[in-house]
Write a protein that binds this ligand. Structure first.
Ligand code: RNT
Ligand code: ZN
Length: 411
């Protein structure tokens, strides 16, 4: 069936062998926090707060580092292609009860060993939520200097962890900063908190660190902070354009409902050589549902592929559903991102661009619709086979078996 598909694609000037080769080298950074409902390993780690929420109580959540590593390894074994692991500072592995402003590189050494063993790149995030120093929903923009300083210190140390990852693993490390700062009700002053955030960022990014790709993640609103977000899109976009080496991270759940990040990608590509992403699926709000193979994910992938931006756009995932098997969530969401990339690669993009430039909109419409019925699934199956994975639904049985043998024993 692959041979037939290959021949069929060649009639449209599409080289499936080249696509299969490319697919091996497009890394997806998988968020560790899908595995344990964004709780982490700090002593006394409790409920998630900061305007984000997991819902559901599916049994078998990873309760410690060993379980999360075991689950991630198992999930990875069912995912083709190059993978990275996206960690949060709250996933430190230390015997000591360390606060966020005390973290050090050695607290993440076990993750480096894990990454080396599993041939993963690592990305990192300071954790500026679910903590008593988030005072009145504010961190880096707080009016209290001690609060700001606490989080500045945490972020500075986080960047050093990111540099350590980059050095040890010989690949870049995206160090992404998201803060929950905002107000529940209409503020009297929208400027002052932003000026404080700007100063805090300057302190955080002062130190030049090799291998670190710094990013700032904007948002519209969170639960309990509906009226105002300090780190808005315009704020961070302007910050990033004024600071070399700092980029805006686009989270697909962080915009008004009719805004899509696929449309933002080519705009940013005019100005930035890096665009880190958090691909997620927002259902009516920033709900962080598992990524489906829906229109927007396909559109995001197309914008990456058509613009030769596979190395500029750093694909990361950000979903956390606690109502379904968490390993299935990882596998389904990551494979969907990869499927979207493959579908985009399997289009005659050059011809369609030429149609647009020569203003042949009739051919463009006809041809882009034609692309939709080409047998991409057969190329996907071939990708799985070449990655030593089954080309059928048996991955699901594997997960159910793991659920029975491992997850269900966790109590
Ligand atoms: C929150 C942001 C942020 C978090 C993770 C856990 O709205 O999307 O990226 O989801 O850092
Ligand atoms: Zn995000």
């Amino acid at each position: 069936m692959y041979q037939d598909a290959k021949e069929r694609y060649s009639r449209y000037n599409i080289d499936t062998e080249a696509v299969l080769e490319k697919m091996k080298h497009i890394p997806v950074s998988i968020n560790c926090w899908q595995g344990d409902d964004v709780i982490g390993f700090e002593k006394g780690a409790g409920a998630l707060s900061g305007g984000i929420q997991t819902t559901g109580n599916y049994p078998g959540r990873a309760r410690n580092a060993q379980e999360l590593m075991q689950d991630f390894e198992f999930a990875s074994s069912l995912i083709p292609g190059a993978k990275r692991l996206n960690l949060h500072a709250s996933y430190l592995i230390s015997d000591r009860d360390k606060d966020r402003n005390e973290i050090e590189v050695e607290d993440y050494k076990a993750w480096v060993d894990f990454a080396k063993k599993n041939r993963l790149g690592l990305d990192f995030n300071p954790t500026c939520f679910s903590h008593p120093m988030v005072v009145n929903n504010l961190t880096l923009s707080s009016p209290h200097k001690n609060v700001r300083d606490f989080w500045i210190e945490h972020c500075r140390r986080s960047r050093r962890v990111a540099a350590y990852f980059a050095k040890e693993l010989n690949t870049h490390c995206v160090c992404n900063l998201w803060i929950p700062d905002g107000f529940k009700d209409t503020p009297a002053d929208r400027l002052t908190p932003r000026l404080r955030l700007k100063d805090a960022l300057d302190e955080i990014f002062e130190e030049k660190l090799d291998g670190v790709i710094d990013s700032v993640e904007s948002k519209v609103f969170g639960i309990g902070v509906e009226s105002f977000t300090v780190g808005s899109s315009e704020f961070y976009l302007a910050y990033a354009s004024h600071h070399d080496g700092v980029y805006q991270l686009l989270d697909s759940g962080h915009y008004h409902p009719t805004e899509v990040i696929s449309e933002k990608l080519p705009a940013l590509l005019c100005f930035f050589d890096r665009i880190p992403l958090h691909v997620t699926r927002a259902v009516r709000w920033d709900s962080d549902h598992v990524v489906r193979l829906d229109d927007e994910i396909k559109e995001i992938a197309k914008e990456i592929v058509r613009n030769d931006a596979e190395e500029k756009v750093l694909i990361g995932l950000d979903f956390f559903d606690a109502s379904i098997n968490r390993i299935a969530a990882w596998v389904i969401g990551t494979r969907n991102m990869q499927k979207a990339m493959m579908m985009a690669l399997l289009e005659d993009n050059a011809r369609m661009k030429a149609d647009q430039e020569s203003e042949d909109y009739t051919h463009l419409l006809a041809y882009s619709e034609e692309m939709k019925t080409l047998p991409w699934q057969e190329v996907w199956n071939e990708f799985l086979i070449r990655e030593n994975l089954a080309d059928d639904f048996s991955w699901y049985d594997d997960i159910k078996k793991y659920e029975k043998d491992v997850l269900s024993k966790r109590g």
